[in-house]
Design a protein around this ligand. Structure first.
Ligand SMILES: Cc1cc2nc3c(=O)[nH]c(=O)nc-3n(C[C@H](O)[C@H](O)[C@H](O)COP(=O)(O)OP(=O)(O)OC[C@H]3O[C@@H](n4cnc5c(N)ncnc54)[C@H](O)[C@@H]3O)c2cc1C
Length: 314
């Protein structure tokens, strides 16, 4: 990666890579793609090369190419937990989304491709009279991103339902990894930043009646609508809850609620959300994050850790 904000791939080289990739991944590659179009924050500078593989084979080929040419690559899902800096991402971004999104349910076993929307997984399981996935309704990520982040809500998380995952490992081989080997913790797993790509997730549900499951889902969705600022772009909770406290409560008590820098604002509705009022830059969000951290540290002596991932260059 470059350190001075210039392209990792010089412009000419970028175009050459783009041309080459386009030949074996037709209609799947873009040049200088604004990441603001691929994050729920609606923020982020351009990716040098942006790839949306249509098949698992195409995904494997894209990764092989990046490794072979020594081009750094970053894998993303729905971009709902990401703040991409204003300078964008050097090298390749590989987005795993709706093209790799099959969900199969067989008895109590659910097999989902990494790009499947988490909400759809929850709804399909409900239709199949399978409980355990209700917490996932309303989380705007993919199954792959949710496994890596161990996404959760309402006291449940992906680690409660997953059995194993299929990854492309560092050598670009398909490998199955059991739940016990994934190092799940609060909003974390050992898949985070480890250069392994989640391709498929195998989960297990519990039998229940769809009417009861739907009722719980409705309740959880209603709670989100009441407590979260869903009308504005955001990346969900910015900070992890420190042990014994809600980050939102600490932020509010420290007087940081409604703080604003440029078009980035600490939400009035939920102090752990920073919202983009329109055209916010990553720098504004980062400055606001630092300000909130400082205020909470001064008032409570607690250092808030980030739940969102900040990537790319200033
Ligand atoms: C309004 C709103 C509400 C939210 N509510 C919740 C909530 O209740 N609970 C919760 O936990 N989160 C919540 N989030 C955050 C976010 O939706 C979750 O963290 C989600 O699981 C991220 O999935 P994603 O596909 O968007 O991942 P991305 O944001 O695209 O990526 C997140 C990380 O996962 C990695 N990654 C993604 N896909 C893969 C893959 N296939 N293989 C390897 N690495 C991968 C990326 O490199 C990155 O490090 C919320 C976000 C928003 C905007």
């Amino acid at each position: 990666m470059s350190k001075n904000g210039s392209s990792y791939l010089p412009n000419q080289e970028c175009k050459a890579v783009y041309k080459e990739l386009k030949q074996f991944l037709p209609n799947q590659v873009r040049l200088q793609e604004p990441m603001s179009q691929h994050t729920t924050f609606r923020i982020g500078g351009p990716a040098d090369i942006f790839i949306e593989p249509r098949t698992i084979v195409a995904l494997k080929e894209a990764i092989f190419y990046a490794k072979d040419k020594n081009i750094p690559f970053f894998v993303m899902g729905a971009g709902s937990n990401l703040l991409v800096r204003d300078g964008g991402i050097r090298g390749m971004v590989i987005k795993i989304d709706r093209h790799l999104a099959k969900i199969k349910i067989d008895g109590l076993t659910v097999v989902a491709e990494a790009g499947a929307a988490l909400s759809r997984l929850a709804l399909n399981c409900c239709q199949a009279n399978l409980a355990g996935f209700e917490f996932a309704v309303g989380i705007p990520g993919t199954v792959g991103g949710a496994i890596v982040m161990n996404a959760g809500a309402e006291g449940c998380a992906m680690s409660d339902v997953v059995q194993e995952v299929l990854v492309l490992d560092q050598k670009n081989y398909f490998v199955r990894r059991k739940k016990e080997d994934l190092g799940f913790g609060y909003r974390s797993s050992n898949l985070l930043g480890c250069d392994q790509v989640v391709v498929e997730v195998v989960c297990q549900g519990v039998p229940d009646q769809k009417e009861y499951i739907a009722e719980r889902q409705k309740k959880y969705l209603r709670r989100r609508q009441i407590t979260q600022p869903l009308r504005y772009p955001s990346a969900g909770s910015v900070f992890k809850n420190p042990s014994g406290f809600a980050a939102g409560y600490l932020i509010e008590q420290a007087g940081a609620k409604e703080r604003q820098i440029g078009a980035a604002k600490v939400s009035l509705k939920h102090a752990n959300f920073i919202v983009n009022l329109g055209g916010a830059r990553a720098k504004e969000v980062q400055d606001l994050i630092s300000q909130v951290q400082e205020m909470v540290a001064q008032r409570f002596g607690i250092q808030l850790a980030l739940e969102i991932r900040i990537v790319g260059e200033d």
